[in-house]
Design a protein around this ligand. Structure first.
Ligand code: ATP
Length: 294
């Protein structure tokens, strides 16, 4: 691992945190994959990818507070994205990729998927690749269930195992606090611990004229079905949810993905910033960030 990005010409692409505003488990395929229905948005708290094409020293370097938690070889999703697109495009993978790992890992924020999607976005530009090429969507899907939505960005209802995308309601600007108790939690274990019936889809008609209060009321009627098994495996999630919900100005507190990261939606940016400061001071072992939806 190096201490920072390589110098020279290149392209820097953010890999923003993915938040599941609700997540219903609606079924299970014969191959064991769960079918989900979720509203996904992206927050301006991000990993950063720097790509230098035509590098004499191709490969991956990683820095940042969570660098030690991710592979720095071809097991990293960021590098796998380079390898897959290069193979498809019939080009050498002569790219130096630097990943500044700012997002916690195995956290329910889709960090690895966001990194892979950021690499694909950057390579589309660097290689003048057709963004509408169906093979790009196929590569995204093969890299991971959350990669297609991370590649699309914006507000999306997500169905199937992650490949079925539809536009979601406006989220841009909505103030949010992300909080993680500092314990990794494997997605696989949470799905395995889930019991009970499947939910109905929670997807609602997005009314572009409706304000954030209407959106929050709709979201409050929905759930994250993985919260109960995640809290059983990782009780500190309950403390994070309680602390967010108790913060002044918090309108909705919920777990994202399979946890353990949680988010709170706030009345405004100032309330979110105050809440993040308070939580970080009270719980120095937690990772806490204020931000807004993109
Ligand atoms: P999701 O919300 O999709 O469940 P997550 O936030 O729980 O995702 P990630 O942070 O993407 O999970 O990490 C999942 C696993 O992928 C980790 O065990 C990690 O070792 C591996 N991994 C490979 N590449 C990366 C990467 N670039 N960033 C993070 N994790 C990576």
């Amino acid at each position: 691992m190096s201490d920072g990005p390589a110098s020279g010409a290149g392209l820097t692409e953010p890999a923003p945190a993915k938040v599941n505003l609700y997540l219903h488990v609606v079924g299970k395929r014969a191959d064991g994959y769960h079918l989900l229905d979720s509203l996904v948005g992206f927050v301006a708290v991000a990993d950063r990818l720097h790509l230098e094409p035509g590098s004499a020293a191709p490969g991956l370097t990683v820095s940042g507070p969570f660098a030690a938690a991710v592979p720095d070889d071809d097991g990293n999703l960021a590098w796998r994205a380079v390898a897959r697109l290069a193979a498809h495009a019939g080009r050498p993978a002569d790219i130096a990729v630097h990943l500044d790992k700012q997002l916690p890992v195995a956290a329910g924020l889709g960090g690895g998927s966001a990194d892979a999607a950021a690499v694909l976005r950057a390579l589309v530009r660097l290689w003048d690749f057709d963004p509408g090429d169906p093979e790009l969507a196929a590569i995204a899907e093969a890299l991971g269930a959350d990669v297609p939505v991370c590649l699309a960005g914006g507000s999306r209802f997500v169905g199937g195992i992650g490949e079925d995308l539809a536009p979601g309601p406006p989220l841009a600007g909505l103030a949010v606090v992300l909080a993680n108790p500092g314990v990794p939690l494997a997605t696989r274990d949470v799905f395995r611990a889930r019991t009970g019936a499947f939910s109905s889809p929670g997807r609602f008609a997005a009314d572009p004229a409706a304000g954030p209060q209407d959106l929050i009321e709709r979201l409050a009627a929905l759930r994250n079905d993985l919260t109960a098994p995640a809290v059983t495996l990782c009780p500190p999630i309950g403390d994070v949810l309680a602390a967010l919900a108790a913060a002044p100005g918090c309108r909705l507190a919920r777990m994202s993905g399979s946890g353990p990261s949680c988010f709170g939606l706030f009345a405004d940016a100032a309330a979110a910033a105050r809440a993040a400061e308070g939580l970080a001071a009270a719980e120095p072992g937690w990772w806490v960030r204020a931000g807004h939806f993109l």
